[in-house]
Design a protein around this ligand. Sequence first.
Ligand SMILES: Nc1ncnc2c1ncn2[C@@H]1O[C@H](COP(=O)(O)OP(=O)(O)OP(=O)(O)O)[C@@H](O)[C@H]1O
Length: 404
Amino acid sequence: MTDRSATAAQPAPTTRTGGVRLDRVTKRFRSGAIGVDDVSLAVEPGEFVTFLGPSGSGKTTTLNTIAGFAKPSSGRIEIAGADVTALPPSKRNLGVVFQNYALFPHMTVRENIAFGLHGRGLSKAEIGARIEESLAMVRLDGLGDRTPKQISGGQQQRVALARALVYRPPVLLMDEPLGALDKALRDRMQVEISRIHREVGTTFLFVTHDQGEALGLSDRIVLFDRGRVVQVGTPAELYERPASLFAAEFLGESNVFRGELAGPGVLRFGEQTLRFTGDGPGSGSAAVVVRPERLRLVRAADASGGAASGVASGAVESAARGGAESAARGGAGVQNRVEARVVNIAYFGAFRRVTLRYADGSSGLLHDGVDAPAPIALGDAVVVGWDAEHAVVVPAPGPAEQAA
Ligand SMILES: Nc1ncnc2c1ncn2[C@@H]1O[C@H](COP(=O)(O)OP(=O)(O)OP(=O)(O)O)[C@@H](O)[C@H]1O
């Protein structure tokens, strides 16, 4: 993931290019399938916006309607203030980078980048200057005379980026551009793409199904599900305040406590009362969502003690009485406490990833510090806790509503 904070002090680019506006765009294919379902969206000039969602959720089709590769069945698309809905791709003046970036193998890097510049009324000197500028932008100066075969996969992706940026398009569209690269290279390219975005000031629209990429790169994320936009927000907004169970479960990992709302900020989970802050559904079935790093181990209890039955009963106090109280890890003040059974522990270097089973049979996760005073073991009955401000409530149909 990129570290945007490390570069926050850098000056913003002087010019920010065109915004993009989608107004009730729907794309229905001839087969009857709906690729995009009534999507409205406003992307600010110079923004880095990521389309995120599972396979088939409509990310690429939405990008294709912006590029002009797919004609919307209804709705309107504006780029830099102009209605482009009826324009062919070539008239939209957009930069496009795909996962399969298809460089011409027999041409040099420089020729690949120059290819689309010819016939645009630019002088030879101007073309030369633009190519060198683009090569420098993607940090490939010195490699302009090589052919694609003579450079690495990551460098080829940079050439594709340079080729798209050399036009100085107001908007750059990227569809899974890092999908073909290995993890280490993807991480490095994310940092590069962030830097380039800051330097050029171009609006970037980026498609990915990789939540890490979306969180690390974007000013805002547009989350898609079944052709619809289900949430738009900054990475922190989507991660900290998911608006639905789908958003919570697609972006990051969660502990999900399903129950019934019992007044403002209160959810009944089995026999327990869980508190949360912020808005949510007023009544009915709902779920409290807590991220693994917000969950604290309040009490590690000996597995051989009575805590094991306490998990099944759902009464926190029984765990405290029955099990040997072996550790309190700063959870003394937490407002919410729930019993759990440790069903798996995986060492992740910076933390241990502890899989928990709750009284209702659902699973959850806790990140336990590697230097925690009393390590917990597989099979332990424990009590975990969290503060109300770290819990989000989302609508979650109960069994009766699901069956209906
Ligand atoms: N040319 C097409 N003809 C018919 N249906 C299509 C066509 N292209 C896409 N679809 C359908 O539209 C829906 C959205 O597809 P789309 O490719 O936009 O999803 P996506 O989120 O980009 O998925 P992925 O991450 O797998 O690329 C899917 O149900 C898909 O099957």
